[in-house]
Design a binder for this molecule. Structure first.
Ligand SMILES: CC(C)(COP(=O)(O)OP(=O)(O)OC[C@H]1O[C@@H](n2cnc3c(N)ncnc32)[C@H](O)[C@@H]1OP(=O)(O)O)[C@@H](O)C(=O)NCCC(=O)NCCS
Length: 179
């Protein structure tokens, strides 16, 4: 079931017994949709059709019954400089409320970071309401101005805030060494 390569132990905590993180499948799309929708204040909702189109950029955490209890996705951001390596945004990170604080969120991000590092991306960024969680994973706060041209696609579609500068989400980044 879990066909991901081993995660470096220093980065990736042990999962609770019977839980696993695996690449998402088309059959997980509805469950992913509901996991994201469960956090309307923290996450941008995504239509099932869009989840299906990007299913190869999702990992899921599953419980012993293979029920999806967590999700993470990534998106390659536009890069204007042909000499520069692209940045990648972590998106749609969720852990079911009753399974929070068991290391699953950290493990999902670590697995996603490993996949992204294999692409030789320059950095991973995130817009978040939980800076302490991402700080514990090596992310540092960066100015939105610095990232705006990369984030503009997402911000252009945002119907929650009038401007990226009134949006309370904090921009954070972690530089990557290629695997
Ligand atoms: C953020 C989220 C994914 C974390 O998942 P999790 O499985 O609870 O995280 P972990 O158990 O791996 O937490 C690891 C550490 O991160 C920190 N942390 C976790 N959640 C935190 C939160 N909400 N606020 C501050 N610190 C947090 C803690 O230091 C925690 O260690 P501790 O439990 O020993 O104190 C989860 O709370 C969630 O789904 N939140 C709602 C959606 C969301 O905000 N997603 C992120 C959008 S960018």
């Amino acid at each position: 079931m879990n066909d991901l390569p081993p995660c470096p132990p220093a980065e990736c905590p042990a999962l609770p017994a019977g839980f696993a993180i695996r690449p998402a499948r088309f059959t997980d799309a509805a469950a992913i949709f509901h996991r994201i929708k469960a956090y309307p204040d923290e996450l941008v909702p995504r239509p099932i059709s869009e989840i299906m189109l990007n299913i190869d950029r999702f990992l899921v955490a599953v419980d012993p019954a293979d029920q999806v209890i967590g999700t993470v996705a990534w998106s390659v951001l536009p890069e204007l400089d042909p000499q520069a390596l692209p940045s990648v945004e972590i998106q749609s990170l969720t852990v079911r409320h009753e399974d929070r604080r068991r290391g699953l969120g950290r493990a999902l991000v670590a697995r996603a970071m490993e996949r992204i590092a294999r692409l030789h991306a320059r950095q991973v960024i995130v817009l978040t309401f939980t800076p302490p969680f991402f700080a514990s994973l090596g992310f540092e706060v960066v100015s939105k101005e610095q990232l705006l041209y990369k984030l503009f696609q997402g911000c252009m579609k945002c119907a929650k805030y009038t401007s990226p500068f009134t949006c309370p989400e904090v921009a954070m980044a972690r530089q990557l060494a290629p695997l």
